[in-house]
Design a protein around this ligand. Structure first.
Ligand code: FMN
Length: 188
């Protein structure tokens, strides 16, 4: 059994990417995993200021206090992280990118054995986009970003779940996508 943390980031109330994440979480839970889902869309998570205080202190925490502060313990505990985002301008949306930037404090904190805690994790990505396929839509750029993140951290890429949907609530009425999401979650 793994501890899985889904992080959703769309402002929409009937978000397509959050709906994919919801059904993936369902699949993971049905497969016996312990799942937590957090929505960061409306939180005050500011930009990384690049001060590198986290690198100097090795505290695993960002020196800047805002809503991000509460997530470090959850991030540390999780075995699997899944970032859910709409595709905006051919990549991850700004809010989840800012969240990921602020993970730097944990990403560079060395453990006593010389590894970093993120290196032991699996990291996946969930994406909704308007385009007909992941290449035209730019979803591949977001996927590649998460893959590169995994390579840098020594983490395992947990795969990508993605699908075409544009209007609010579209995934909720797409049986095939919801099934695909459950299968993705079950496989985490
Ligand atoms: C600012 C903005 C940028 C977008 N950029 C892209 C894009 O580059 N490629 C694409 O296929 N869809 C793009 N879309 C469409 C969204 O990805 C699509 O509506 C998706 O379903 C939104 O997911 P959500 O409901 O989780 O927010 C964009 C939408 C907005 C509002």
């Amino acid at each position: 059994m793994a501890k899985i943390l889904f992080i959703t980031s769309s402002w929409r109330k009937k978000s397509n990417s959050a709906c994919l994440a919801f059904h993936a979480a369902e699949g993971a839970e049905n497969n016996g995993h312990e799942v937590t889902t957090v929505d960061i869309a409306r939180l005050n998570i500011g930009a990384c200021r690049g001060c590198l205080a986290c690198q100097k202190t090795q505290s695993g925490r960002c020196a800047h206090q805002d809503d991000m502060s509460r997530f470090y313990p959850l991030l540390e505990e999780a075995d699997v992280l899944v970032f859910a985002s709409p595709v905006y301008w051919f990549n991850l949306c700004g809010q989840i990118k800012q969240f990921i930037d602020r993970c730097y404090a944990l990403a560079i904190k060395e453990l006593p054995d010389g590894t970093v805690c993120f290196g032991k994790k699996k990291i996946g990505v969930v994406l909704a986009y308007e385009g007909e396929d992941p290449f035209d839509a730019g979803a591949v750029n977001a996927i590649r970003s998460v893959q590169d993140m995994c390579s840098f951290l020594g983490a395992t890429f947990a795969g990508a779940l993605y699908g075409t949907a544009h209007n609010e609530g579209e995934v909720a009425t797409n049986t095939a996508l919801r099934e695909k999401a459950r299968a993705y979650g079950a496989g985490l």
